[in-house]
Every structure is written in structure tokens, then in C-alpha cells.
Design a protein around this ligand. Sequence first.
Ligand SMILES: NC(=O)c1ccc[n+]([C@@H]2O[C@H](COP(=O)([O-])OP(=O)(O)OC[C@H]3O[C@@H](n4cnc5c(N)ncnc54)[C@H](O)[C@@H]3O)[C@@H](O)[C@H]2O)c1
Length: 360
Amino acid sequence: MSDPIHIVVLPGDGIGPEVTASALQAMEAASRRFNVNLAWEEHAFGGAALDEAGVAFPEETRAACLSADAILLGAIGGPAWDSTTPSKRPEAGLLALRQALDAYANLRPVRVPDVLAHLSVLPPDRVGGTDMLVVRELTGGIYFGEPRQYSEEEAFDTMRYSASEVDRIARIAFEQARSRSGRVTSVDKANVLASSRLWRERVSRLHAEAYPDVSLDHMYVDNAAMQIVREPRAFDVVLTANLFGDILSDLASTLAGSLGVLPSASLGGFSPLFEPVHGSAPDIAGRGEANPVAAILSGAMLLESVDQHGAANLIRQAVDNILTRGIMTLDLSSNGVSTSEFTTRVCEAIAQADVVPSTT
Ligand SMILES: NC(=O)c1ccc[n+]([C@@H]2O[C@H](COP(=O)([O-])OP(=O)(O)OC[C@H]3O[C@@H](n4cnc5c(N)ncnc54)[C@H](O)[C@@H]3O)[C@@H](O)[C@H]2O)c1
């Protein structure tokens, strides 16, 4: 057996503990097939940590996160903490965590298997088979640029990017493209914005110097929004700045039909963080109704980040296999099964799949 992979698990609030438990079961089942040794420890985070320690991101959790190989987060927040001051809310913990990890790259894969295409906002024959990855710059751009000012007469923000900020996020997009269909669409507004002109220039330069094998095209953000809706299957990796990525990743999320199936990764200078796109869903927490697919697929992305591609693929195939057999949770089907039933079926599919044992 290999050296253990150290994972910090932050179950959080609401359905967070339910879906992270499912993800861990699937990760454990897949790792067993490949002789991979997972070692995980849970730490308090979000509302649960506020109740326990009085802060959403306790020092002990922070230290554990910074020394982990990877972090798996459930979700945070809920009505119990809504009335507290902003610095005492669970969301403050999430921002502090991303900051501590210098998580500058947010990755959101949007896959729409044919079996789920009928749930999309788009017609099934247009959306089925969509498989895109939005790579969004997360720590720069207009959300952080200075100067910024607000008065009742006038307000402004600053959209600022340095060459090195563009290079590091573009590198991630090109690397991701190499392990997918090899295509990057870089989204900007270079016809109007100076920061976008620099963005386009740096992306093109990096492409020519280091990634000529990847195909690159540039698209203005307004056109990109239209094309994602018109022809989602035409996209592979979509590379965007912070503001554009915020909007386009939510737009792309609607293609999948349920929040419950969308995983994400946040990568940067320290341990990579993996979490479902959805929140803590207080309306269904504790009922065994949560869809664990987003968390399970986040677990697959985590395994990929530590080079366990075989185990990651096995999880993805098992999820597809179970969904294709019509076994789904209640958000996807009126005959839906419980979170634990769905998870058990995925783990069975993992245990029964034909695999060539290896650690890669
Ligand atoms: N990253 C995070 O932890 C995160 C992200 C978004 C919202 N939140 C927090 O979550 C709380 C609830 O927010 P919200 O209601 O706006 O968003 P939400 O994503 O929690 O829920 C939106 C709707 O989708 C459903 N849903 C979400 N995930 C589901 C799943 N896995 N299976 C089945 N149904 C699912 C919910 O039942 C709800 O009806 C708030 O406190 C919010 O601040 C946290």
C-alpha cells in the first residue's frame, strides 16, 4: 500500500455532513480497488465551528488545512447563523479559508450526461453530452482592485490584472485542456477594457511559448454567454477573469438541471480545496434527501489532484452507471432514492467494476 494521502474534511452545516460522508465512502471504495491509502480527519468549520469554538475558521482547522494534501468541504451556512454580524457568519470562514489557501483558480466542470439532459433549461438534444470546464480567476480583477470608492454621487471599482496573475491562471487552463479535449476558449472584453487587452496578450504569449499543442481561441464575454446557451457542446475549457467567470460559471451551471450534481475545485499556492457548488440546503438537511453526486464528484477531482486518476475515473464511471440505470435522488426524480441508498449503489458499482489495479 502507498503512503497515506492526508485529507482534511470540513463537513460544515446543513447537508454538508451528509454529502461529505457519501463522498468519503465512494473515495474509500475506489481507493481500495487501487491500493491507495487515504487518511482523513474531520475539522470544525462554518456554523458548526461558530457553535463549537466561537469562530467560523478556527486556528486549529486552519493549521490542519495548510498541511493537508487536499481538503474536502461540504457546505456552510444556514438560518441559525443568519442574524449574526458579518464577521461572525459562516461565510466569513469560507472567504478566510480561500484566502489562507491563496486559492486563485476556481474550476467548475459542467457535464450533462444524456440521462440528465431532460432536466436542463435547454432542449435535451442541444445540451446532452455537454462537457465543459470553467476555469475562473478567483483572487484578482474587479472584486479586489484598488482604488475603489462609494459615495451617493459617484462610485467606482478598479479592474486590474498583472501579467503574472494572468499567466498563472492561464497555465492551469492549458494544463487542464491537455488532459481533456485540448481546447481553450479564453473569454475577455479586449475590444473595450485595457485589463482584457493584457489578458489576451498574455494568454496568447503563454500559448505560443508553452502550449502550442492546445488549441486556443478568444471570445468576447457577451458572445461567450450567447454561445454557451446556443451550443454548449462546442466548449471544452473556458478560461475567464473573476467577474466574467462568476457570471458564466453560474450560467453554465444551469445547463445541468440540478445544483446537486456540480462539483468544484479551488487551486492555488497551498492545499487544493474541493467542494460541491451547492450550499447547505437547510430546507432538506437531515432528511436523507440530499443529492450526493456533486460531493462525490468533488471527491473524484480531489483524487485526481493527488494523481489517483484511476480511482477518480472509477468514481465518475460508477456515478454515470447508476444515473443511467435511472437510480437518482429526489431532486432528479419523483421516484428518487435516499442519499444513503444512492451512495450504496455507487459504492457497489465501484466494487464491481473491472479495473486494472494500478496507482495511476
Ligand atoms: N459554498 C458554500 O458552502 C455555500 C454556497 C452557497 C450557499 N451557501 C449557504 O447555504 C445556505 C442555503 O443557501 P441557498 O438555499 O441559497 O442555496 P443551496 O444551494 O443550499 O440550496 C438551493 C436549493 O437547491 C437545493 N439543493 C442544493 N443542494 C442540493 C443537493 N445536493 N441535493 C438536493 N437539493 C439540493 C436546496 O434544497 C434548495 O432548494 C445559505 O446559508 C447560504 O449562505 C453555502
